[in-house]
Design a binder for this molecule. Structure first.
Ligand code: ADP
Ligand code: MG
Length: 338
C-alpha cells in the first residue's frame, strides 16, 4: 500500500460533497458572494429545479481580471487574510471553497467586470477543467451560469429529488436570503416566470409581505431591543399566527441566516403562555452582534454559529420578544361594537 496526496481536482470534488449538496446550495453560495460584493440587485434564474440551469446576476463590484482564475482555487478568498481575521468575520464568505467546489461538479461560466476596467472577462470551467478565458463587453458586476450540476458525479446526481422538490428548497432559500437582506432587491425567476421580487428599499416589513403575503404582514409586532452592545430588530407575529413547526422562525445574525438552540429557547420563553405546547410563532428578526463575539467557523455551510456569551444572546432575544408582546397587549384593540 502506498500513501498518495490527492490531486486538486479530487480534493475539490470531496469538498464539494460538503458544500454543494444540491442546487439550492449553489445558489446560496453565489448569492452570498454577490452580497459580499455589495450588490444591491441580484437576479436568480433557474430551470428544472436548478439541475439543468442556474444563472445569478449581480451588480456588485466584480472580480478583477487578474483574480478570475485564482477565485476558483481552493482556499482562495479576498475576505480574510490571516488567522486573526477569523476572529471577527463580518462577510458571509471566508472559506474560499465555494467556487472551487461548484466548478468541480458542474459546468460554470463566469462573466465579470469591475468599474475601472474597460472590458470584462468571460471564463468557462467545467468539472474543474478550464475551457475559455477571454475578454468580453459586459456591464459592471458578475454573472454566474451553472449548467448540468453533478453531471460528473452520477452518485450525487442520482440522489437529487424531482425538479419540483429541488425548486422547493431553492424558493425557501431565496425567501430567507431576501428576508436577511432587505437592502438588496431580489428577483427570482423559475422557468421564465417571476416567483419573487423585493424592492431593495431596506424595509423588512415589505419583504415579509412579498414572501408571506398579506395575512402575515398585517399581524406583525415590531421588535427592537438592545442589550450589552447587541441589538435585535425585526417583526414577530401575533400569537395566533402560530404553526406546528419552526418553519415560521427566521433569524439572521449580521445578515446570515442561522439556526440556534439558544435562540429557539429564547423565542419559546418569550411567548411563554401565549402559545400552546408545540406551537411556534412567526418571527423574522435580525441580530446585530460584534464579529468578535461570535464564531461562524463551525461548519462548512456556516449555518451554525457559536456565541461567546450565550446567556446574553438569550436575554437579548427573550427580553426583546417579551417587551414587544407586552407593548402590544397595552394597545387597546379597536372594537367593532358600539
Ligand atoms: P469566499 O466567498 O469564501 O471568499 P468563494 O469561493 O465563494 O470564497 O469565492 C472566492 C472569491 O471570488 C471571493 O473571495 C471573491 O473575491 C470572488 N468572488 C466570488 N463571487 C463574486 C462576486 N459575485 N462578485 C465579486 N467577487 C466575487
Ligand atoms: Mg463565497
Amino acid at each position: 500500500m502506498s500513501i498518495l496526496l490527492l490531486d486538486q481536482n479530487t480534493i475539490n470534488k470531496i469538498a464539494a460533497g460538503e458544500v454543494v449538496e444540491r442546487p439550492a446550495s449553489v445558489i446560496k453560495e453565489l448569492v452570498e458572494n454577490a452580497i459580499d460584493a455589495k450588490a444591491d440587485a441580484i437576479t436568480i434564474e433557474v430551470k428544472e429545479g436548478g439541475l439543468k440551469f442556474i444563472r445569478i446576476t449581480d451588480n456588485g463590484f466584480g472580480i478583477h481580471k487578474e483574480d478570475v482564475k485564482a477565485a476558483f482555487l481552493r482556499h482562495s478568498t479576498s475576505k480574510i487574510k490571516n488567522e486573526e481575521d477569523l476572529t471577527s468575520i463580518m462577510s458571509l464568505g471566508f472559506r474560499g471553497e465555494a467556487l472551487a467546489s461548484i466548478a468541480s461538479v458542474g459546468r460554470v461560466e463566469l462573466i465579470t467586470k469591475q468599474e475601472a476596467e474597460p472590458v470584462g472577462i468571460r471564463y468557462v470551467i467545467e468539472g474543474g477543467v478550464e475551457k475559455v478565458l477571454e475578454e468580453v463587453g459586459c456591464p459592471i458586476g458578475t454573472t454566474f451560469i451553472v449548467k448540468d450540476l453533478f453531471y460528473n458525479t452520477p452518485a450525487r446526481r442520482k440522489f437529487m429529488k424531482t425538479a419540483g422538490t429541488e425548486l422547493g428548497y431553492i424558493s425557501d432559500l431565496i425567501h430567507k436570503m431576501a428576508l436577511g437582506h432587505p437592502e438588496v432587491s431580489f428577483k427570482f425567476i423559475n422557468d421564465g416566470k417571476i416567483k419573487l421580487q423585493t424592492t431593495g428599499k431596506n424595509k423588512l416589513k415589505d419583504c415579509i409581505f412579498s414572501v408571506y403575503g398579506m395575512e402575515v404582514a398585517k399581524n406583525l409586532i415590531e421588535i427592537n431591543w438592545s442589550f450589552e452592545g447587541m441589538r435585535i430588530e425585526g417583526f414577530i407575529g401575533k400569537p395566533h399566527l402560530n404553526r406546528g413547526n419552526r418553519t415560521y422562525e427566521n433569524y439572521f445574525l449580521n445578515g446570515r441566516y442561522i439556526k440556534s438552540k439558544v435562540i429557539e429557547k429564547a423565542i419559546e420563553d418569550g411567548y411563554k403562555s401565549k402559545l400552546m405546547l408545540h406551537q411556534y410563532p412567526f418571527v423574522t428578526f435580525h441580530l446585530h452582534v460584534d464579529g468578535k463575539d461570535v464564531d461562524v467557523n463551525v461548519h462548512p455551510t456556516k449555518m451554525e454559529v457559536r456565541f461567546m456569551e450565550e446567556a446574553k444572546v438569550f436575554q437579548l432575544v427573550y427580553k426583546g420578544i417579551e417587551s414587544a408582546l407586552n407593548r402590544e397587549a397595552l394597545i387597546p384593540q379597536v372594537s367593532l361594537e358600539k
